[in-house]
Design a protein around this ligand. Structure first.
Ligand code: GAL
Length: 359
């Protein structure tokens, strides 16, 4: 018996057992490593940087971003930190904010540049630290965006907003009765003022040029009385409109604004001054206040700029980049970089649909 036991414990058996134990331990270690890499990500940290904290449209977009994250947290049992900071229109401040997010190990940055021609400070830091960046709304120049494959842009195609704004106007002017109402001095030409967003912004430049060119192409006779920058802002538009009315009393038949806040600023003044004419006023964005003004027939129309769609798309992409997933097929990424949401027309006839969607 003893002999047998000794036999079973022979040196070769001991060696075999040792090898087996080593293999088992190795196996356990390997499995352990594997499960660590497959561990679900517990937290995604997203830094959102906006050019300014007082922009109505951008704030609508960030509201939808936060909402998306809270919903995703519930669905996926994951912590999503979303930190939103405004740059007070200073690119240097924004560069510093980006640097801080990167130093605090944020996984992704979503950047609404202050100066769309000056993205290099943020891009350099992002590349050096391997932090992907989704730019939005203020489109960086192509040369910057093509520097790295983890740089993206989410926005809308400015040309389309100009075309649709022109369509709202041409639809109204094509109706002879409506034309006669708008052309108060009955000279066959529409006297108008243009309120522009911001010098150098793709949406200002393109919306202004495309809209006016389309009106001329449609065969309408137009006379531009004035053209002023009001930086997307309701109060600045009010100030500009007061000046324009002073310069052209009883002459303004139409106000074309690059966005809703400026259109609403113009309307404020027209109402306050009890302006004797009833100019045709159009904006762009479809903000809450604009939808209400269209519903109550104060604003003649707007072009829907999809704050919800853009905000949600940016978050989906940020989340996927942060968790190492591919973007879903529902997001069409052009040239592996660009995602655009479509614009659409809002007038009194369909405004209710937008009010319902927003609420
Ligand atoms: C435009 C929008 C404006 C303003 C601007 C800021 O797309 O229509 O209202 O928000 O972006 O960059």
């Amino acid at each position: 018996m003893m002999k047998r036991i000794r036999h079973y414990c022979s040196p070769s058996l001991i060696k075999l057992t040792a090898v087996l134990i080593i293999l088992m331990l190795l196996g356990m270690t390997l499995t352990g490593c594997e499960s660590r890499t497959n561990d679900p990500v517990e937290e995604v940290k997203i830094g959102v940087l906006t050019y300014d904290e007082y922009d109505t449209f951008i704030n609508a977009m960030t509201k939808h971003m936060t909402k998306w994250c809270r919903q995703k947290e519930k669905e996926e049992d994951i912590r999503i930190t979303i930190d939103i900071v405004g740059a007070k229109k200073s690119q240097l401040t924004q560069n510093d904010q980006a640097r801080k997010f990167i130093a605090e190990n944020y996984d992704v940055l979503c950047v609404n540049l202050v100066d769309r021609t000056d993205a290099s400070g943020i891009i350099d830091k992002a590349i050096a630290n391997d932090v992907p960046v989704i730019f939005f709304n203020r489109e960086p120049v192509e040369e910057d965006l093509s520097r790295w494959d983890k740089l993206y842009y989410v926005g809308a195609i400015a040309r389309q907003s100009g075309e649709l704004q022109a369509k709202i106007i041409t639809d109204a002017l094509s109706d002879p009765e409506r034309f006669a109402e708008i052309d108060v001095n009955n000279n066959g030409t529409i006297q108008y003022v243009m309120l522009e967003g911001e010098a150098g912004h793709q949406d200002s430049l393109v919306r202004t040029n495309v809209c006016t060119a389309a009106l001329v192409d449609a065969g309408f006779s137009l006379e531009k009385l004035g053209d002023e920058y009001a930086n997307w802002d309701r109060d600045q538009a009010r100030a500009k409109m007061i000046e324009l009315i002073d310069r052209y009393p009883f002459q303004i038949e139409m106000v074309i604004a690059n966005n809703d806040d400026m259109a609403l600023g113009a309307l404020d003044v027209l109402q306050e001054q009890d302006y004797p004419l009833d100019p045709f006023v159009v904006g762009i964005n479809g903000t809450e206040d604009a939808l209400e003004a269209i519903r109550t027939m104060k604003l003649d129309g707007s072009v829907y700029n999809d704050a919800k769609g853009q905000g949600e798309t940016i978050m989906e992409m940020a989340y996927d980049l942060g968790t190492g997933k591919d973007f879903p097929d529902t997001i069409e990424v052009i040239f592996d970089k660009y995602v655009f949401t479509p614009y659409s027309i809002i007038t009194y006839d369909n405004v209710q649909q937008y009010i319902t969607e927003e609420s």
